[in-house]
Design a protein around this ligand. Structure first.
Ligand code: FMN
Length: 398
């Protein structure tokens, strides 16, 4: 007979979880656990998880391996993993208790631990019970500071968030360096969204509705930050800022800063890459919001900086710390006079305003050499290093 064990751990959510997020997590868990004959309980309070998993050693270890790599939580601490004589939660494929709200009790099929007749006091004495009691007293909490809950207003939103959650649980990040080739130094890594197995994620993005976009965008950055922190971020971190509405900008920035703080990354190491073409609303208002956050060290870069008048106007309004040149300007610049003239003009403007320029998507030695000759030394592109999945790849200096 195979060895029966229980494994108990605690963790912190990577983003503020809503009821729909938790329900979706439980649905998957119950289905899988029934198949793998795993029982246990999952507790959630204020951004902290505590879970008991019981089953054969093989089944529990296999599941735990998946759970460890789940981007919905971070700071996973294994409290204990030991053989047990019998199951404590024999009836529950995954009992669930959300300690800070009674609302979930009403959701059919939630199989609430306390509502099933066998309450906490009737649980057989043992390690699981003692640790559960400790968690309920506020111990074994992976620390999450200031995780501000996202508003949830109606049933419709709940359904939509459920699908956002299913996307969020599938994402991870690749990282690509931005290097100062003159100083032979990586100044930053840009986080690029991928699926959990490094697959292209851009095909998923159109499926996300306007309504769920803010939650998706916010969660993406939180996951990028926690992944970077877990991998030991060696430089600054560039994050794509995908909020579509200027009115959402403040909460999007605020949640990013909180995620950085939670993961021990100093705010002055974060650069938000803003794609102006995708942001709807008043640029002046957006600039004011950015201004508020400069005081805490936040920096911004305008991504895909192009040749249009709107782009130049933005330099005045937003006063970014950096711009990244549009791929259409970078491609074949060594042989295209018009592109060269545009970059020379932009370079002079940026020099006068104290703005750094990154040549992005540099793919050939000729393009690279042209930028260097013009004194543009911040380079990003496959020529130097391709994005690497959940790794910080070393650049190749030419
Ligand atoms: C806090 C937490 C607890 C989880 N508990 C379980 C669980 O008990 N069973 C389970 O199958 N997945 C659980 N998951 C989800 C797994 O990490 C993983 O996403 C899932 O097993 C994949 O299932 P699928 O291959 O059917 O999509 C948990 C995730 C988190 C963040």
């Amino acid at each position: 007979m195979s060895l029966l064990i229980h494994l108990i751990y605690c963790s912190a959510t990577t983003y503020p979880m809503q009821d729909a997020d938790l329900v979706s997590l439980l649905e998957t868990s119950r289905k899988n656990n029934a198949k793998a004959k795993i029982t246990g309980i999952l507790l959630h309070e204020n951004g902290s998880f505590f879970q008991v998993l019981e089953g054969t050693q093989e089944a529990v270890e296999q599941l735990y391996e998946r759970i460890l790599h789940d981007n919905r939580h971070t700071k996973v601490v294994t409290i204990i993993r030991e053989p047990i004589a019998k199951r404590t939660f024999g009836e529950w494929t995954m009992g669930f208790v959300k300690l800070d709200s009674q609302e979930l009790d009403e959701i059919i099929g939630l199989n609430d631990f306390f509502a099933e007749g066998s309450s906490f006091t009737q649980l057989g004495a043992g390690r699981a019970k003692k640790l559960l009691a400790a968690f309920r007293k506020g111990r074994w909490r992976s620390k999450v500071k200031n995780q501000s809950p996202v508003q949830q207003k109606d049933g419709e939103k709940e359904v939509s968030l459920k699908s956002a959650t299913s996307h969020i649980s599938k994402i991870s990040f690749a990282f690509q360096p931005i290097v100062d080739v003159e100083e032979h130094r990586v100044i930053a890594y840009e986080a690029l969204i991928r699926g959990q197995k490094n697959e292209d994620f851009s095909n998923i993005v159109p499926e996300i509705s306007e309504q769920e976009w803010l939650q998706f965008d916010t969660s993406c950055r939180a996951i990028a930050i926690s992944t970077a922190a877990r991998l030991g971020l060696p430089s600054d971190l560039h994050l794509n800022f995908m909020a579509r509405q200027v009115k959402d900008a403040r909460s999007a920035i605020q949640s990013t800063l909180e995620a950085a703080e939670r993961n021990g990354i100093n705010l002055n190491r974060i650069v938000l890459e803003i794609d102006q073409d995708k942001l709807i609303g008043d640029s002046q208002h957006f600039a004011q919001i950015i201004e508020e956050y400069r005081g805490v060290g936040l920096r911004v870069s305008i991504d895909h900086f192009g040749a249009g008048r709107a782009a130049l106007k933005l330099l005045e309004i937003l006063r970014p710390d950096m711009i990244a040149l549009n791929i259409q300007i970078v491609r074949d610049i060594d042989t295209n006079g018009a592109r060269q003239a545009i970059v020379r003009g932009v370079t002079q403007t940026c020099d006068d305003l104290g703005i750094d320029i990154v040549a992005k998507d540099v793919n050939s030695v000729e393009e690279y050499q042209w930028f260097l000759d013009e004194g543009i030394t911040l380079i990003q592109g496959n020529l130097i290093a391709s994005p690497a999945f959940e790794q910080f790849p070393a650049p190749q200096y030419l």
